[in-house]
Design a protein around this ligand. Structure first.
Ligand SMILES: Cc1ncc(COP(=O)(O)O)c(C=O)c1O
Length: 368
């Protein structure tokens, strides 16, 4: 979609690129780290400055206690953390449960690792699930369950009660829990982000994956992490070493500076800014007949494209790109069969681009 969008000069609300500004302290620290000669390989699990900053942050913000020396691995984004966790902790033929709609990467990276996904379908608008649905996704080979909260693409924020149910299920069936919390700071309307590992009884079987891609608008820097008990973190670190050697050295220092120096207000301001963008864009979607499922977190929105009267989500997304000049991702990309009446927009756009997208959608609706 990004290529198709560039070809027509549209507004790219497809890929979760996130083109809001990077905080100055992070950019300045990157330049300073290059000038200071932080140019060589780092330890396989990252520089101590970043591991320590992450340990402090995870304790202060998430109530999670990790040892910076043995329980945190700096990875190439949370995507890198997931790849390493999959390959280090699961074997080909093992199964992993995903909640659907899912982030396609979670499905595809599992498949590439030879791990077999099964899904628990969450239905709009509440995206709730019951224990029977969890049980029906269980296979004899299931070894792990993946939680993504706040969730891409639907913006669901799992409640503590829901996570407790996932935790009990994981204990009952002896599953690892992989939790992708990259959007942890982007929660709206007073919703609370709960880290799965804060549920004590599953801390020993949980791999928490996070990143600063979204929080500092540095998706191209590829700095993320996995945090887990040493018995899980060590093989994840070895896999990170084997695949990548290490994450980019100067950028690790820059992220450490951001994690250390940015005040609490930075994170609440960020959430408020995205909430305003969400409200603006969801308002326009409603106005033009693409009814949104208003998200509680992350920076995506699923919109109902059934009013276009097309058979597939791909046709709908291509039609919106062609006729309104706004790119989105066909809902079918987030389902293993389904999502044909949905499309996903990413509203992590600059004000100018978001305004332009809103205006183009309004003009498109007026012409219909
Ligand atoms: C749910 C989710 N996890 C992980 C990623 C990848 O993030 P990172 O840049 O940290 O690898 C994305 C990117 O869109 C995402 O939506």
């Amino acid at each position: 979609m990004t290529r198709a969008c560039v070809a027509v000069g549209g507004v790219n609300m497809g890929q979760g690129i996130c083109d809001t500004p990077t905080p100055a302290v992070v950019k300045d620290a990157a330049k300073a780290a290059i000038d200071a000669g932080h140019s060589t390989y780092t330890r396989f699990d990252g520089v101590p400055e970043l591991r320590t900053a992450l340990a402090e942050r995870l304790l202060a913000h998430n109530g999670l206690r990790f040892d910076a020396e043995s329980e945190i691995v700096v990875t190439l984004g949370s995507a890198g953390a997931y790849i390493c966790a999959l390959n280090a902790l699961l074997d080909p033929g093992d199964g992993i449960i995903l909640f659907e709609p899912f982030y396609g990467y979670h499905l595809n990276a599992a498949r590439v690792a030879g791990v077999v996904p099964s899904t628990v379908r969450l239905e709009a608008p509440a995206f709730a699930f019951d224990d029977a649905a969890l049980r029906s996704a269980l296979r004899p080979n299931t070894k792990a369950i993946l939680v993504n909260t706040p969730m891409n693409p639907c913006g669901k924020v799992f409640t503590r009660a829901e996570l407790e149910r996932v935790a009990d299920f994981a204990i009952e069936h002896d599953l690892l829990i992989f939790t992708d919390e990259v959007y942890e700071y982007l929660v709206y309307d007073g919703a609370e982000h709960v880290s799965v590992a804060s549920i004590d009884r599953v801390a020993d079987r949980t791999v928490t994956m996070g990143s600063y891609s979204k929080t500092f608008s540095i998706t191209g820097w590829r700095i993320g992490f996995a945090a887990a008990p040493a018995a899980l973190a060590e093989p994840i670190g070895l896999m990170n070493d084997l695949n990548y050697i290490c994450a980019a050295a100067p950028l690790q220092h820059a992220v450490a500076a951001g994690v250390r120096q940015l005040p609490r207000g930075y994170y609440s301001d960020l959430a408020a800014e995205y909430q305003a963008k969400r409200d603006q864009f969801c308002g326009v979607l409603t106005e033009v007949g693409l009814t949104p499922v208003v998200p509680q977190g992350a920076y995506y929105v699923l919109a109902d494209v059934s009013s276009l009267g097309l058979a597939t989500a791909k046709e709908a997304a291509m039609t919106l790109l062609r006729d309104a000049g706004v790119a989105s991702i066909a809902g079918s990309a987030f389902y293993d069969g389904g999502g044909e009446q949905l499309t996903r927009f990413c509203y992590a756009k600059s004000t100018a681009d978001l305004d332009r997208a809103c205006e183009q959608l309004r003009r498109w609706a007026a012409r219909r």
